[in-house]
Design a binder for this molecule. Structure first.
Ligand code: ADP
Length: 334
């Protein structure tokens, strides 16, 4: 599936650790399994840190064996648990974290999470001599430097599964449904879901919504007999309640849409085949990059190949939604 780089081992590790942090995503488990099995195969001990950076600060590190990751490749969520940890944003707490790792003889760390978690990973790499590799684990696919993230494909499929069902009801009752998917800052998920669901409209944070135009469009397709029902996919955006407000605005224009918030179901569930291969490859390659002497990088995907990207760039730049893809989502329903 992916082109893997040839990496020459240049250094040794006695022990490394792995953690999952921030919002969980389907595929974190196969990624953890990839890290653990690849490291054990090289004779490196692996600690699983429980509950992300909170567990690291609490010293909750458990030695993993090959059987610790048996039968998890197909499971959603993360066996290591995840958490958000405000305390980790303070440098003095990160110094404590480094000491905890050193006390166990750990020289390398793999962090699986979104841009917040990768920011924490970058801080650790900069402030210590630990070798740190990040893996992009988020359903939003909004991480700079990688075409794909662990969990995105599964989340698209979960949303599609729900939308295909909602469409049956929309059609029976001749109604429009506003379906809200995750995506506070980015419309990647909404755009992909919109294209794959054949949505009548997609609303994303990157572009302004022209609600009057949308209302007119819906009324026009109802009048002309082109479509009395349909799906409008809405990325949740930064302001809570956006989808309900859009529905209210459409009501004021004479439409009577229903709202369905998909919410946390998008984060759960068995990882898709695609995400299992992606996560397994990234997990194993994280170990290869550590052995090749890399640190302060994220391992991601570019043009079908596994690549490394400096964490500094990952957190500094924003990945933009491809305007052509968004146009395609709008064009195809016309
Ligand atoms: P995600 O990794 O899914 O983007 P968050 O943004 O909530 O999730 O970040 C997860 C965790 O990463 C935070 O709870 C915190 O422990 C750590 N983190 C986030 N931002 C920073 C930062 N600026 N410096 C250090 N650690 C951070």
């Amino acid at each position: 599936m992916y082109t893997l780089p040839e990496l020459e081992p240049l250094r040794d590790f006695d022990a490394i650790a792995v953690l999952t942090s921030g919002g969980d995503s389907p595929g974190m488990n196969p990624a953890v399994r990839g890290v653990v099995r690849a490291a054990l195969n090289q004779g490196i001990s692996v600690y699983g840190i429980q509950k992300g950076y909170s567990g690291l600060l609490a010293g909750d590190l458990r030695l993993m064996t090959s059987s610790s990751v048996r039968n998890i490749v197909q499971r959603g969520g993360t066996i290591l648990k995840s958490d958000r940890c405000e305390a980790f944003k303070q440098p003095e707490n990160r110094r404590t974290a480094v000491q905890i790792l050193k006390d166990k003889g750990i020289q390398g760390l793999v962090v699986i999470g979104g841009d917040g978690s990768l920011t924490g990973a970058h801080c650790l790499a900069e402030e210590s001599d630990l070798a740190v590799v990040g893996l992009p684990g988020t359903i939003d696919n909004d991480i700079f430097g990688t075409d794909d993230t662990i969990g995105f494909d599964t989340a698209v499929n979960t949303a599609l599964d729900a939308i295909d069902k909602i469409r049956d009801t929309a059609s029976s009752h001749e109604r429009h449904f506003l379906v809200e998917v995750m995506g506070r800052n980015s419309g990647f998920l909404a755009t992909h879901v919109g294209i794959a669901a054949g949505a009548e409209m997609v609303v994303v944070p990157e572009y302004e919504v022209h609600i009057e135009q949308l209302g007119q469009q819906l009324s026009e397709s109802r009048r002309s007999g082109k479509g009395s029902s349909g799906i409008i996919v809405v990325a949740e955006g930064r302001d809570p309640g956006l989808t309900y407000r859009l529905a209210e605005q459409l009501r004021q224009q004479g439409e009577d849409p229903r709202v369905c918030i998909l919410g946390h179901i998008q984060r759960g569930g068995q990882p898709s085949g695609h995400d299992r291969v992606l996560a397994s490859s990234l997990g194993a390659m994280a170990v290869s990059y550590l052995l090749a002497g890399y640190s302060d990088i994220m391992v991601g995907v570019d043009a079908g190949g596994i690549v490394e990207v400096p964490l500094d760039s990952v957190i500094r730049y924003r990945k933009g939604l491809d305007p052509h893809l968004f146009e395609l989502a709008l064009l195809l329903h016309k």
